[in-house]
Write a protein that binds this ligand. Structure first.
Ligand code: DP6
Length: 359
């Protein structure tokens, strides 16, 4: 599959106006995407758990314009007009116009809301860009005669990637791979695919509690961080390591080996932050409370034999991943020992989910 395959045939239908609403989840990477080439091509493959509760719902209303000279859209977050989101959407539209040639022919009203607070430090770009890509694909589906479900999701993921890399892992499936990997059939740099192999029941309903350590805006955007991998002294080794970790993950997922899972996932999280700390300019996104929580998790695991582990995004918040049968104990642990490190005592209980939905 190459990029040109996503340029549609001539549209055969015409439609004046309408609207579509999609809800799309966030995801948390186990093997991380950090570093990209031109056109949002990842330097290494990644794999993520799809979340269940942390979601963006987006409604896109569209009406035919007189002219087709410019992009025309308004964007609302929780019913409030958000002109400061416009440049990001404009950039997205420019990138995808060749694949969705109808974009200039309509005015769009984009209404979006998140199930998690906007200022929670949880990135809404994955859920937001995937929900928007799906709404736009629903429009295209009306304009084309027939689009198979498979091609619909594939192209939506392809478009979401052009909005934000990790967004292409938020469409379909509980475990999603993005980036071509020799051992994973069907994997591609262009879109995310459902993890195609056996997954041990140990991972069924795997839990993710997000401890909100810092709810502020990120000091360094992911895009800048990714770019700092160009010329980074450890970049090539890191990309090799991610490929190997993904290979190892295949047997971990099959065997349900939670000790190996813990070691791989925590090492990935710390490596991601090590890349940030060793780039030029360097930066640190972890906060003192991030480290306190990590240490508490390690002690708890040692004392109790629990299989809880942590992972991190490009921020200070800590994702605690644990098997469903530990949910009660972990909730106790959080309340008694960890909540004090969370901003305003806030955390979000989530778990593995299955992807986006048309509403
Ligand atoms: C640390 O997908 O937010 O969460 O492609 O520039 O939009 P852009 O970056 P983004 O990067 C997220 C990286 C990460 C790891 C991951 O999700 O794999």
């Amino acid at each position: 599959m190459v990029e040109e395959n996503f340029i549609p045939k001539k549209y055969t239908n015409s439609i004046e106006n309408g609207s579509f609403t999609w809800s799309s989840p966030s995801n948390i990477a186990l093997v991380k995407y950090w570093g990209k080439k031109e056109h949002q091509i990842p330097e290494n493959p990644s794999i993520s758990f799809t979340l269940n509760h942390c979601k963006t719902t987006t409604k896109v209303g569209f009406s035919k314009k007189e002219d087709a000279d410019n992009f025309s859209f308004d964007i609302f977050l929780d019913n409030e007009k958000k002109d400061d989101f416009k440049p990001k959407i404009e950039t997205f539209f420019k990138r995808i116009e060749i694949y969705l040639p109808f974009l200039k022919a309509y005015h769009f009203k984009i209404e979006t809301s998140n199930t998690f607070p906007h200022s929670s430090g949880i990135a809404s770009s994955a859920s937001g860009m995937s929900a928007l890509a799906l709404c736009l694909m629903s429009v295209e589906k009306e304009l084309l005669q027939d689009v198979s479900e498979e091609n619909f999701t594939k192209k939506a993921s392809f478009l979401a990637r052009l909005g934000s890399g990790s967004a292409c892992r938020s469409l379909e499936g509980d475990l999603v791979v993005w980036g071509s990997h020799e051992a994973i059939e069907g994997s591609s740099d262009l879109f995310g695919v459902k993890y195609p192999y056996q997954v041990h029941p140990n991972f069924k309903n795997y839990q993710d509690t997000i401890l909100l350590v810092d709810k502020g805006e990120k000091q360094v955007s992911s895009t800048i961080g990714h770019n700092l991998m160009h010329g980074h002294p450890f970049a090539q080794e890191r990309f090799k390591q991610a490929n190997k970790n993904l290979s190892d993950m295949i047997s971990i997922l099959k065997d349900g080996d939670l000790d190996k899972f813990i070691a791989l996932v925590e090492s990935e999280a710390l490596t991601l932050h090590a890349m940030m700390m060793t780039s030029m300019p360097y930066f640190i996104l972890m906060k003192p409370n991030t480290l306190k929580i990590i240490n508490k998790i390690w002690t708890y695991r040692e004392v109790s034999g629990s299989k809880v582990c942590f992972t991190l995004d490009a921020g200070a918040n800590v994702h605690m991943l644990y098997p469903e049968n530990e949910a009660e104990n972990i909730q106790e642990f959080i309340k008694s020992e960890l909540v004090t490190y969370c901003q305003k005592d806030e955390y979000i209980n989530d778990k593995i989910g299955f992807g986006a939905k048309l509403l």
